[in-house]
Design a protein around this ligand. Sequence first.
Ligand code: CP
Length: 306
Amino acid sequence: MNRDLLGIRQLSTDQITDLLRRSDGYFLKLNSTDPFPKSSLLQGRTVANLFFENSTRTRTSFELAEKRLGATSVNLSIQTSSLTKGESLIDTVNVICAMKIDCIVVRHNSSGVPQLLRKHLPNYIRIINAGDGGHEHPTQALLDAATLQSKLGALKNKKIVIIGDILHSRVARSNMILLNKLGAKVTLVSPLTLTPKYVEDIFGVKVVHEIGDEIKDANAVISLRIQLERQSRSLFPNLSDFRMRYGLTPLRIMETNAFILHPGPINRGVELDNEAADSEKSLILQQVKRGVAIRMAVFEWLFEVK
Ligand code: CP
């Protein structure tokens, strides 16, 4: 059976730990000022990056990971593809895969697209979920865990607070599943209207609707963007009110030693201020660097099974 990475839920704790360990090796090389020693691990392999939704970090880091491992990469340009002429998603992906593709990396604004493609594509084609709607973003959760572990060591019993629009966040979902598997204590801070129902029971997390003292004793805070593109109606009064209640403001940052993470793209002055984004406690660019290492580790793991 070939491997895929469709979500964190499919991974065992041992597999997560293994992927994090593999990524540390790549991170050491990426963190060096020496030229990256190009690998031939994926030589002869072709990876298609199918991003049906915008991306800066994920798309670029996948492409860099592929090239540094010796793969050939192709990027489907959605705006200029035949999807705009009415071709279905399945037909378009089948056309790409007919050109001897070994792996697809797919991002889509509909939840479940990677799973749908798994049912329609030949088994030898590996599939990586690069974010599907509000469902999962597994490589983001892995890179967040790698970043957290690099500063906090083992995450068991560490307090991780996730603040913001939990309802629409695939990053929050994948992080809740992963952090739960690693034994971290997760607290969600979000408006009632941006909190999924029954989330405490489903994901084993604590939920509060006001920041209060929650971040003061946290080991790390993951701040999330409000996903206006996934909201069909207004779920909070305005951005200024959101910042006052949930934003990482200078005062809130002064009151905690927690590390600050954000998956990006960041909206300065909304979910976090400059003092948070640019502070010594901010790991936002470390996350980006870890992102390339994690994606290299994922390719290594996928292709070690022939
Ligand atoms: N974190 C993340 O998925 O960022 P992009 O949308 O820029 O890929």
